[in-house]
Ligand binder design. Structure first.
Ligand code: SF4
Length: 411
């Protein structure tokens, strides 16, 4: 009599008209919970694109003992959105199956001690990489693994420690390599290293890179991972690229040095950013630049500085976000004490939802910040210099995809 672990499907609500561009990611934490339970079944409603009725049909032939709805995502910012999705689902599932339904929105175990990820419990073929991650690749197959949890840094707007209930911990590097080999055996070569910060020069990351290279996986796989401007070096980048890391995502956040320094994210200058981005390009690693508009001190001029820096860096992909203020971060407490009306519901937190509620800065209305973000997206991705660079790097198909992406009207 199994326990059924369910990942709710909130894709349409969160991504609205751009959901086809986003990834469908394996629920690694949920798979560990199912593994620990033994007799269990996973239903990933997102991967199978099921609504509530679809879930009922999917489970109609099973004698179910208990249902666990996992409300966490792969990233801490998901927990507000997904816990609401799970709560919505709970009422219906309880009424239909007449079994206990538990919503889990926290991890109460240490994933670094859980062995390999049990991919056999997941519908591996249904996962899908981000559009950008698969540029130049034959398919959008997608899998995840991880070499650490939590993060050794403390940025103001970040709540990862709250999410993990743990300080930074590393996993046995051999388990990471076992995961990758299992994914490759299933035909998956686009892989996310889920670590909040993988590109950091420590024994764990170096060991993972060396082992992946020694196994001959580096030329086959396409890993994307998070990095920081102040944690990489030429030698680390060489090691990462040799291990199949083809994309690094950097949190550049602001083009204004004073604003960036104020977040504790970066005591680094724009010149430092430029040299690290160039060094990454020189190692044949593509870059996702992450930028935020709407820091409390942001005005029109500083947001323009951010966009200008993004355009000057000309990374293969750029994410432009409005400031997110999540419970558990120091910024959340600061904004509360300023009396700012903060988002409450999942849709108000969802950056691409029509009901997104952007927070204001000291001088700008939140809606102005959001309009700036949307204009920045189009200015960046329609830039002829950017499109020429992308054509040279990934070919005409990627350029066509980018043009199609900027033709979507965001409501
Ligand atoms: S480096 Fe990234 S994950 Fe770590 S605290 Fe800062 S924002 Fe969070």
């Amino acid at each position: 009599m199994p326990t059924v672990f369910v990942k709710p499907n909130d894709k349409k609500r969160q991504y609205s008209r751009v959901q086809h561009l986003s990834a469908i990611e394996m629920p690694a934490w949920l798979s560990f919970m199912a593994k620990a339970q033994g007799d269990s079944l996973i239903v990933d409603m997102e991967a199978e694109d099921l609504d509530e009725m679809g879930l009922i049909l999917r489970l109609k032939d099973f004698a179910v003992d208990e249902v666990v709805l996992l409300a966490t995502g792969s990233h801490p910012s998901a927990h507000i959105q997904q816990s609401e999705a799970a709560d919505r689902l709970k009422k219906g599932v309880e009424a239909i199956f007449a079994v206990p339904v538990r919503v889990e929105n926290r991890l109460y175990f240490d994933p670094t001690l859980m062995g390999v990820i049990p991919y056999d419990k997941l519908p591996v073929k249904l996962y899908r990489a981000h559009n950008w991650h698969s540029w130049g690749r034959p398919d959008r197959s997608y899998g995840v693994t991880f070499s650490s949890i939590s993060c050794p840094f403390k940025c103001d707007f970040c709540c990862v420690k709250d999410f993990y209930h743990s300080d930074y911990r590393q996993r046995d590097p051999r388990l990471v390599v076992e995961d990758v080999k299992a994914l490759v055996a299933k035909g998956v070569t686009n892989i996310k290293m889920m670590d909040e910060l993988f590109a950091i020069d420590n024994k764990g990351t170096r060991a993972v890179c060396e082992l992946l290279k020694a196994e001959g996986l580096g030329e086959l796989i396409n890993i994307w991972a998070y990095a920081r401007i102040d944690t990489v070096s030429a030698s680390l980048l060489k090691s990462l690229r040799g291990a199949g890391v083809r994309w690094l995502a950097y949190g550049i956040e602001s083009g204004n040095e004073a604003i960036r320094a104020g977040t504790m994210k970066g005591k680094f200058t724009n010149a430092h950013v430029q040299s690290v981005i160039q060094m990454t390009k020189d190692h044949d690693i593509s870059i996702v630049g992450n930028y935020m508009f709407g820091f409390w001190e942001d005005g029109i001029a500083s947001m323009r500085e951010t966009l200008d820096l993004a355009k000057a860096l000309n990374c293969e992909y750029s994410n432009f976000y409005c400031m997110s203020v999540y419970p558990g971060s120091r910024l959340y407490d600061e904004m509360k004490s300023r009396g700012v009306a903060l988002p409450l519901t999942s849709e108000e937190f969802a950056q691409m939802s029509p009901n997104f509620k952007p927070v204001p800065t000291k001088t700008l209305d939140g809606r102005f910040v959001m309009a700036f973000r949307d204009a920045a997206f189009n200015e960046y991705f329609r830039d002829p210099g950017y499109l020429a660079m992308m054509g040279a790097r990934f070919g005409a198909k990627a350029v066509e995809e980018i043009k199609a992406m900027t033709s979507i009207e965001i409501r």
